[in-house]
Design a protein around this ligand. Structure first.
Ligand code: HEC
Length: 157
């Protein structure tokens, strides 16, 4: 029986209010992301439990609609004519940072630099002026984050 119908039919108002609240809490938990395990400046564990695909990650980094990375960053991407100059060159990022450090930078760079202009790619809370299509969703999925991290770790020189 649906909660509303059950309440109307036989239960006390106090019980109904409590039950409705706990349903609300469950809904809120479903709308947010699983807790992050941040240790130091890194998230050591894969968000998906497995390795990402570097080729897919490269495509996300170069894509002007999905990752938007080249709005700010440049990198070892000879085929890309217009690259950003507001952020460090991604060349060598995999040598400068461990996989876990890259993962935290992708998930939420604000944790390392609250003033950063780099978007938090895997959060749903604390974001201002979110376009309707992105409300309640991170910019990238856990799979996409892992693909990008897998790609960045290959940028070793
Ligand atoms: C709006 C600008 C912007 C966008 C878009 C952006 N970044 Fe950044 N990123 C930065 C800035 C600025 C830094 C320098 C550190 C800081 O200020 O947080 C940075 C730092 C980094 C670093 C560490 C670089 C280093 O070696 O010190 C990596 C790796 C990185 N970004 C990857 C990415 C990837 C991958 C994307 C796309 C999915 C992306 N960024 C999108 C601005 C941006």
């Amino acid at each position: 029986m649906r909660l509303g119908a059950a309440c109307a039919a036989l239960l006390t108002a106090a019980w109904c209010a409590t039950a409705a609240r706990s349903q609300g809490v469950q809904a809120a938990q479903q709308a947010s992301l699983p807790p992050l395990k941040i240790v130091g400046d890194a998230i050591a564990d894969s968000l998906t439990g497995h390795q990402g695909d570097p080729a897919r990650g490269r495509a996300i980094v170069l894509n002007r609609q999905v990752g938007l990375c080249l709005l700010c960053h440049s990198g070892p991407f000879p085929e890309e004519r217009f690259q950003g100059n507001m952020a460090p060159d991604l060349k060598g990022a995999g040598a400068r940072w461990s996989e876990g450090e890259l993962r935290l930078r992708m998930v939420d760079a604000r944790r390392l630099n609250p003033q950063t202009i780099m978007p938090p790619y895997y959060v749903v809370d604390g974001m201002n002026r979110v376009a309707p299509a992105f409300r309640g969703k991170p910019i990238l999925t856990a799979e996409q984050i892992e693909d990008v991290v897998a790609f960045l770790t290959t940028l070793r020189d």
